[in-house]
Design a protein around this ligand. Structure first.
Ligand code: GAR
Length: 202
């Protein structure tokens, strides 16, 4: 069966990457195959997860390349080399320029740990998102998978799942619940949904 080539961009622990690898193994993702994992941080544990699963890896460092433009040119080169059909940002902590997002229009998706349009945009990443949600006092948060365009967290929404906030939650506790109940579920489901559309058009 024809499959979409998936590249996953990561920066840290890679639990969302792990959810994608597991979903591929368990048959939740059948229309795509993870061909490449790219990290913008040489110490990202996500790279170990990829290697364990037998997936090719690449490290692209902005600090070495000197500018955002050179960084994105290198990303484009490794992604095109792998004949990437879908780019999945899974905990990728770098904002991409309009030049990059329009080059891959409708081919980049991202998982964000809140219900967009709350607690999103520039400066809202990782634990900061959960700190902001708890500080505001919302009773429900969750996760969103969306297309990536030039506006940070501003592209079309693909899937969302709500998660209850409980008394005594800390940012770390809330982060874990949102990952377990929402991110690790809707990221693989969204990935399959978009890959199946890509395969139909291939
Ligand atoms: C996840 O919670 C992801 O939603 C978030 O960072 C974490 C990465 O964890 N992403 C953002 O905040 C992007 N704005 P992981 O490396 O274990 O998947």
């Amino acid at each position: 069966m024809l499959k979409a080539n998936i590249a996953v961009l990561v920066s840290g622990g890679g639990t969302n990457l792990q959810a994608l690898i597991d979903a591929q193994k368990s048959g939740i993702i059948t229309s795509g195959e993870i061909k490449l994992v790219v990290a913008n941080n040489a110490n990202a544990y996500a790279l170990e997860r990829a290697k364990k699963a037998g997936i090719g890896t690449s490290v692209v460092l902005k600090s070495k390349l000197g500018s955002q433009e050179a960084f994105e040119n290198e990303l484009i080169s490794v992604l095109d080399e792998a004949k990437t059909d879908l780019i999945v940002l899974a905990g990728f902590m770098s904002i991409l320029s309009e030049r990059f997002t329009s080059y891959y229009k409708d081919k980049i998706i991202n998982v964000h740990p809140s219900l967009i349009p709350s607690f999103c945009g520039k400066g809202f990443y990782g634990l900061k998102v959960h700190e902001a949600a708890l500080e505001y006092g919302v009773k429900v948060s969750g996760a969103t998978v969306h297309f990536v365009n030039e506006i940070p967290d501003g592209g079309k929404i693909i899937m969302q799942r709500a998660v209850e906030i409980k008394d005594g939650d800390t940012p770390e506790i809330l982060q874990k619940r949102i990952m377990e109940e929402a991110e690790w579920k809707i990221l693989p489901l969204s990935c399959e949904k978009i890959c199946s559309q890509i395969v139909k058009e291939k």
